[in-house]
Design a protein around this ligand. Structure first.
Ligand SMILES: C[S@@+](CC[C@H](N)C(=O)[O-])C[C@H]1O[C@@H](n2cnc3c(N)ncnc32)[C@H](O)[C@@H]1O
Length: 220
């Protein structure tokens, strides 16, 4: 209980420093999700088991940072590609309750865990779907999100056919991205010209846990 309170306080401090306007009940839901994620992670492998940082910071706050670079809008349709245990989709769905999130993963037991957490937390704007992203048919999205799933070029290849004209792909990534970005831009002729631009932003300033991590935004 003490750990829960301390970690929740740490999250509140980080979020309010970035002027994220979250209510007390949203903070409670984010903390409850972090606890559920830890519990599920004992049964199936959803996140790293290294205890080098609190889950609520390393995974939940990390996911929320996407909203600082891309403020989501009401009715926006968002795909979380390769969501695993619901990252970044579940924290963002809690923070942006008027945006619609589809969480997709090719591993059935991860998606079952995701849907169980969504149900238990009562999140009405997120749905988990067991599918390979290549097999999604007849859907379009304003925004595609991805955290630690694949190389940028591969993500662009997955994404271009269901991204709306003004849409973008937003990724949380680590390491040196120059080569990965160059490769994705060079391959755009194979992906209907997507992306025309790629921006990337270091996020080490938000928390010491995010050294060498970046947010990458690829636009049509
Ligand atoms: C390293 S995990 C990251 C999970 C989560 N995004 C996170 O940050 O914790 C990568 C996930 O992508 C999923 N994945 C990989 N390729 C996929 C594809 N083509 N379609 C759907 N899911 C995929 C895997 O099953 C795995 O759960």
């Amino acid at each position: 209980m003490k750990r829960h309170t301390e970690e929740l306080d740490a999250l509140k401090e980080l979020c309010s420093r970035e002027q994220m306007a979250l209510t007390e009940s949203q903070y409670e839901l984010l903390a409850a999700y972090a606890l559920l994620l830890e519990q599920w992670n004992k049964k199936i492998n959803l996140i790293s088991r290294k205890e080098d940082a609190p889950v609520i910071i390393k995974h939940v706050f990390h996911s929320l940072l996407m909203g600082l670079f891309h403020p989501f809008s009401a009715g926006e349709k968002v795909l979380d590609l390769g969501t695993g245990g619901g990252l970044p989709g579940i924290p963002l769905a809690i923070a942006w309750p008027d945006t619609r999130f589809l969480l997709v993963d090719s591993t059935g037991k991860k998606i079952a865990a995701c849907q169980a957490m969504i149900n238990e937390l009562g999140i009405g704007n997120a749905v988990a779907l067991h599918s390979r992203v290549e097999e999604l048919k007849g859907l379009t999205f304003d925004t595609v999100l991805s955290r630690q799933v694949a190389q940028l070029e591969q993500l662009c290849a997955y994404t271009y056919r269901f991204l709306k004209p003004e849409g973008c792909l937003i990724c949380l990534k680590g390491g040196n991205l120059e080569e990965e970005i160059k490769t994705a831009l060079e391959a755009r002729h194979a992906h209907h010209g997507f992306p025309s631009t790629i921006e990337h932003f270091a996020i080490s300033g938000f928390s010491p846990f995010f050294a060498e991590k970046e947010i990458v935004i690829a636009r049509r």
